[in-house]
Design a binder for this molecule. Structure first.
Ligand code: BTN
Length: 293
């Protein structure tokens, strides 16, 4: 499988990748129930009428991954703004090929199909992270921050992750899929692998949060920001102001390289500028950045 990482947080799937032509594992039905795992999909569709992001919101009870289904629909030629929401993913995936596990009913799991210009791709990541941070902020006491390039965290604990996959031809972007997982009602204490590193909206809010309102807030905010990105607006300054990573000692694993330094700033496209101990700087466009304590 060939992946070409070209922008922070992005995975491009070239034409020869198995992912771009992966068969759908199951036959799927598009339904719009009034209440699906507590989500009022019909209300969300009504509220987003006339917007680009959320032009159509589809619900699936159980699906391999919202990325797979969004890709299948994108390849059918569906319009941008389509949102695929799932109650359960049997093969949810995260960055670096990791599995993304979410017990049924614990999380908001969705993918958004967008068709920006290639040069606008970095701002799509910024729009998604900012939209999640803002939507979650309305419910919790501690302001969410962004860990470069696209984790949303509260008090250093991950509350949401974003996976962006693109499909491109030579020099042209066909579409981008923005996959978002938000821990809403996840009891991290019963999952030893994330108990020390993750949190959920409900536990931070100390009350059950309305998932419909939360999803609607994320999509509305993403739509507002995406509209300004499409007109050429840069989100870099706002995004950089929310990055918890800047000024911190970091370890970077990027391809076969591992190095340490201080995360100094981001450039216009969101690449991380890391100053190493010898004073040289590295512009990091992909890979995993770990905060050193
Ligand atoms: C990460 O932090 O590694 C990114 C996680 C992204 C998970 C979401 S859940 C909805 C969408 N479908 C997937 O299979 N993955 C993304």
């Amino acid at each position: 499988m060939m992946f070409c990482v070209s922008f922070p947080g992005f995975i491009d799937t070239p034409d020869d990748s198995p992912l771009s032509s992966a068969p759908v594992a199951q036959s799927l039905t598009e339904v719009h129930p009034l209440a699906a795992h507590g989500l009022d999909i019909e209300a969300i569709n009504s509220a987003l009428a006339g917007r680009v992001v959320g032009s159509q919101v589809l619900w699936y009870d159980s699906i391999s991954s919202t990325m797979d289904e969004a890709r299948r629909l994108a390849d059918e030629g569906r319009a941008e703004g389509l949102v695929v929401v799932a109650g359960e993913q049997t093969a949810g995936r995260g960055r670096f090929g990791r599995r993304w596990m979410s017990p049924v009913g614990s999380s908001l799991l969705f993918s958004v199909l967008l068709k920006p210009e290639l040069r606008q791709l970095p701002y799509v990541n910024m729009a998604a992270t900012l939209a999640i941070a803002d939507a979650v902020a309305a419910h919790v006491r501690t302001a969410p921050t962004i860990k470069w390039p696209n984790d949303v965290r509260i008090g250093g604990l991950k509350v949401s992750g974003i996976l962006i996959e693109t499909d491109s031809g030579v020099g042209k972007l066909r579409y981008a899929l923005v996959g978002i997982g938000i821990n809403v009602d996840l009891d991290v204490s019963v999952h030893p692998e994330i108990a020390q590193t993750a949190t959920s909206v409900n536990s931070e809010a100390k009350a059950p949060v309305d998932s419909t309102a939360l999803l609607l807030d994320v999509l509305t905010s993403m739509d507002d920001m995406y509209a300004s990105v499409r007109t050429g607006f840069s989100l870099t300054d706002e995004w950089a102001s929310r990055l918890e990573t800047l000024g911190k000692p970091v370890q970077v694993s990027w391809g076969h390289r591992v190095f340490e330094g201080i995360a100094r700033e981001v450039d216009e496209r969101g690449n991380l500028i890391v100053e190493r101990d010898d004073g040289t700087t590295v512009t990091v466009a992909g890979g995993e950045v770990t905060l050193r304590v």
